[in-house]
Structures are given as structure tokens and as C-alpha cells.
Design a protein around this ligand. Structure first.
Ligand SMILES: *[C@@H]1O[C@H](CO)[C@@H](O)[C@H](O)[C@H]1NC(C)=O
Ligand SMILES: *[C@@H]1O[C@H](CO)[C@@H](O)[C@H](O)[C@H]1NC(C)=O
Ligand SMILES: *[C@@H]1O[C@H](CO)[C@@H](O)[C@H](O)[C@H]1NC(C)=O
Length: 464
């Protein structure tokens, strides 16, 4: 009931927002834009929200998404800085829901093995529904470009793809931590278990003593330690998100979304087994302090690498990485060592929203000249994520997200060797793909849950 009330209130605010933001809803040439508000969430000092909002407001119909931007705002619509509300992550997922079926109440659709709800994941490459999102970022949201350049777009809402009797819907997961008045702002943001005083994760499974921090310690309704005597009011907050899109037509070239995770310790030395490789994306990892390990000659940089195989290649249209505080950059390399994309964080220097000192407020992106950066089918890539190790970190991430335009299987094109495309060539019009886009972070709770399920069912995930 509380949830419902929150929803009504947020709808009311959305209407207000829609009125006051009318200019941005106008058509910009072909491109359309809309601003939405998530359902309300309420946070007090030290508290955590990790909510899954089903069937959120989203553009409908057969369209191509062009960008997705978001930020946390208060009841008056003002941006809230990260020192107050640390936006750990938000994630947008696509799913099909059987018509006429009620969504399960509080429990996440992701956690139900229910044929009435089908997650439509991106192109991979993690196991199951881990990192399945189309969009998702964290503290860097305000200054990270997500725009998909013309003529590309992320195709959604194609009626031919939606199974009979189902409709396409969107899920929003928001994970935010109110760090007003907390004892250790970085510790709360890094979900250090001692600060949350928890001994079990969000599913009631005991935490081992070597699990020092991460999402399993800062699940919904947990509480990070606040300074003695600190008082702060509980506040109503919303995630405000701006979606841009164009109507679908044959001039739009679809792109596929891939998200790579530096913790994926998948191993394969044999390309022919790629399609049944078992991925193991753990999403989060820890960085030890160099003053303890004594490795000061490396300049106190923690370098984590993994190799990953792209099942199907194509042209890279966009790239960006996701890191947490302490991150100093991440690079995706091709098999021959060439740089596919390097993405470097920008740290804020002040107090205002979008420029918060000590926080990653933006990540640099790559927009290669279309056709200039190509990944071959079955190519093995190296993902490298660097963190400063002058202090230890828990629950950090090293994700890399790329958009890829694939050669079309269109037979008429085979005559013209679809693999031999030239930059800016018209051949691009025939490039086709199931379109997906996303970046960032899946709740570790889900990861853990899925892992359990996997072992229970003992099935092997396909890499598609
Ligand atoms: C931590 O949790 C335990 C048991 O849940 C409780 O007894 C204790 O008071 C808590 N400590 C703090 C500092 O909140
Ligand atoms: C790769 O795997 C296939 C099938 O499992 C096997 O026939 C082949 O010999 C392997 N190649 C290498 C180089 O290991
Ligand atoms: C990461 O560290 C490695 C090893 O020091 C270095 O070669 C690479 O350039 C660094 N990459 C970034 C993006 O900082």
C-alpha cells in the first residue's frame, strides 16, 4: 500500500514535471525526448534503498533508443549531490510480461523463475541474467555521454519479436545510499560490512568472514553507521530519467549491446567451444592497499585483467567503462593488442551536484569513426581495469560496455562481402542486429541468487 501511495504521488509529480519540462518534450527534428520520474523512495541518514520498480514509464512502440540520462532529484525536482545521496547504481532492464497477469508484488521479476515474465537481456556476455541491462550507471551518471550516433539506434518494441500474448515492459532498479552524517562516507558507499553491522545477506544467507564489503552487505533497508547524535530528516527522492529516441524505420542501423566484466574468470583456450563457454561474472571485486602488500614500486596501481571472446564481431560504435571511487581508467584491447576503447574517470572537485569532490562524476567515452574499429568473429579481447591502491576498496567494479553494429545476414549482401565494409559506406544500411544497450551494474544479490539457482539446476548457460 505504501508503495502504491508512493506511486500515486510520483505520478502527480511526474505530471507537474511534464508540464514544467514541456520544451524538452518537443520534437527535436526526428528525435523525440521525454522526462520521467521513478516511483518515490524515502531515505534517512545512513539508510539504503535497493528497489525494483516494474512496468516503469518508458517510450512505447517500435522505436530506436538514442540516449538515456538520469539523476536523483528531491521532491522539488532539484538535483541531489552524491555526498548526500550516493547513487550506487541504477539499471534499466527490458522484459516481456504475459498479458492479463499481475506483476508479483514486492519481489523482483528477476528473482522469479516464472514464464509470465521473460527478461530480454542484452547481447552478453555474462551468464544467465547477470548484467542483462540495456542501460545502467552509477555516480558518473550526470556527466557520461550515452548518445548513440546516427544512423545507429537500439531497436526496441518490434512487434515481430514480442511473443504472442506478451507485452514489452521495463524494469528499473535503483540502489542509493543516504550518506548524510555517516561515520565513513567512502566505507558506506563501498558497502563495508562492518559499517552495516550485518551478518547475513539480503536473502538470509550467512556472510563469510572474508567477505568484507559489497552489495551483499548494503541491500534494501540496511543501515550504515551514522555519527553519534546526528539528526537528519527522512527525504522523498526520485530518479529522474530522460529518454531520447526516434521512430523505427529502415534508415536506422541497429546496434547490439555488450557488457564485459573484469571479474569474469571464464576460461577457454579453444575458440570452437566459445559458444558453450561458462561465464562467471561476479560483478564486484576488492582492491588491497599497497601499503600492506608493499608493492609500492608499481605506483600503487591495482591492475586487473581478463580475456573474453566476442562470439560475433562487428564495428564498434560506442564504448564506456564503469568504475567506482578509486578507479583510474579502463581499456579494452583487441587480440593483437590494439586499443579498442579507453575510458577514463573524471572526479568532481566541489560540492554541487555533478561536481562532487572525491566521486567519479563522469566517464570518458569512445565514438570511433564508424568502420574504423572492428572486432572479428570469435576474437579474444583483453579487458583491463586500473584502480589506485593507496587505500583498500571493497565492492568495486570494472565493467566495459560497447555498442556493436553487426554485418547483416541478408543474402543479397553476401555477394558484396559484408565483412569488407568501408567507413561511412552505405552498406551500413543493411547492418542488422537485435539491439540492446546497457552499462553497469547488476545487483550482486541477484548474482548470488542466480549462482545458487545454477548449481541447483546444474545447467550450462549459452553465450549468445
Ligand atoms: C549490531 O547488530 C547487533 C545484532 O543484530 C546488535 O545487537 C548491535 O547493537 C548492533 N550494533 C550497532 C552498533 O548497531
Ligand atoms: C577444440 O575443441 C574441439 C571440440 O571440443 C576439439 O576437437 C579440438 O581439438 C580443440 N582444439 C584445440 C586447439 O584444443
Ligand atoms: C593501466 O595500467 C597498465 C599497467 O600499468 C597501463 O599499461 C595502462 O596504460 C593503464 N591503463 C589505464 C587506462 O590507466
Amino acid at each position: 500500500k505504501m508503495w502504491c501511495q508512493g506511486w500515486l504521488r510520483s505520478l502527480a509529480i511526474l505530471l507537474l514535471a511534464a508540464l514544467s519540462l514541456e520544451p524538452s518534450q518537443a520534437l527535436i527534428g526526428k528525435e523525440k525526448s521525454a522526462v520521467f520520474l521513478s516511483p518515490e523512495f524515502v531515505l534517512g541518514p545512513g539508510s539504503v534503498v535497493d528497489s525494483y520498480y516494474q512496468d516503469i514509464d518508458f517510450p512505447r512502440g517500435h522505436i530506436a533508443l538514442k540516449s538515456f540520462n538520469a539523476e536523483v532529484v528531491d521532491e522539488t525536482g532539484l538535483p541531489v549531490p552524491l555526498q548526500e545521496i550516493y547513487l550506487h547504481h541504477w539499471v534499466i532492464e527490458r522484459y516481456y510480461q504475459r498479458k492479463g497477469v499481475e506483476a508479483p508484488g514486492s519481489s523482483s521479476i528477476k528473482e522469479t523463475h516464472n514464464p509470465d515474465f521473460i527478461t530480454v537481456r542484452n547481447s552478453g556476455i555474462c551468464q544467465d541474467n547477470v548484467l542483462a541491462q540495456y542501460f545502467g550507471l552509477g555516480s558518473e551518471t550526470r556527466k557520461t555521454a550515452t548518445h548513440v550516433p546516427d544512423p545507429y539506434g537500439i531497436e526496441i518494441g518490434n512487434p515481430v519479436e514480442i511473443p504472442d500474448g506478451y507485452e514489452e515492459k521495463w524494469l528499473l532498479n535503483v540502489h542509493a545510499i543516504d550518506t548524510r552524517g555517516v561515520e565513513d562516507r567512502l566505507g558506506c558507499a563501498e558497502c563495508r560490512c562492518d559499517l552495516y553491522n550485518v551478518t547475513e545477506d539480503g536473502h538470509g544467507y550467512p556472510l563469510s568472514s572474508d567477505y568484507k564489503g559489497g552489495l551483499r552487505c548494503c541491500y534494501d533497508k540496511t543501515q550504515c553507521r551514522v555519527k553519534e547524535g546526528f539528526e537528519g530528516i527522512r527525504r522523498s527522492l526520485y530518479m529522474k530519467y530522460t529518454v531520447k529516441w526516434v521512430d523505427w524505420d529502415s534508415s536506422v542501423v541497429p546496434v547490439k549491446i555488450y557488457i564485459f566484466d573484469v571479474t569474469d574468470n571464464w576460461k577457454s583456450s579453444n575458440a570452437s567451444t566459445v559458444h558453450r563457454a561458462r561465464h562467471n561474472c561476479r560483478v564486484e571485486y576488492d582492491v588491497g592497499s599497497c601499503s600492506i602488500t608493499g608493492e609500492t614500486e608499481d605506483g600503487c596501481v591495482d591492475v586487473k585483467r581478463t580475456s573474453l571472446t566476442m562470439p560475433t564481431g562487428g564495428h564498434v560504435i560506442y564504448g564506456v567503462s564503469h568504475q567506482h571511487s578509486g578507479g583510474i581508467g579502463s581499456t579494452l584491447y583487441g587480440e593483437d593488442g590494439r586499443i579498442i576503447c579507453s575510458s577514463i574517470p573524471t572526479y568532481g572537485e566541489g560540492k554541487e551536484a555533478g561536481n562532487e569532490a572525491g566521486y567519479i562524476v563522469g566517464m570518458s567515452t569512445c565514438y570511433p569513426q564508424p568502420g574504423s574499429v572492428k572486432i572479428s568473429d570469435g576474437e579474444t579481447l583483453i579487458l583491463e581495469s586500473n584502480y589506485s591502491s593507496t587505500q583498500k576498496h571493497t565492492g568495486v567494479m570494472g565493467l566495459f560496455y560497447i555498442l556493436v553494429a553487426e554485418p547483416s545476414p541478408n543474402p543479397s549482401l553476401l555477394l558484396h562481402s559484408p565483412f569488407d565494409m568501408h567507413a561511412n559506406s552505405k552498406v551500413y544500411n543493411s547492418v542488422s542486429a537485435v539491439a540492446l544497450l546497457g552499462l553497469a551494474i547488476a545487483a550482486a544479490i541477484v548474482v548470488v541468487y542466480r549462482r545458487r539457482k545454477e548449481t541447483e539446476y546444474g545447467y550450462e548457460a549459452l553465450v549468445v
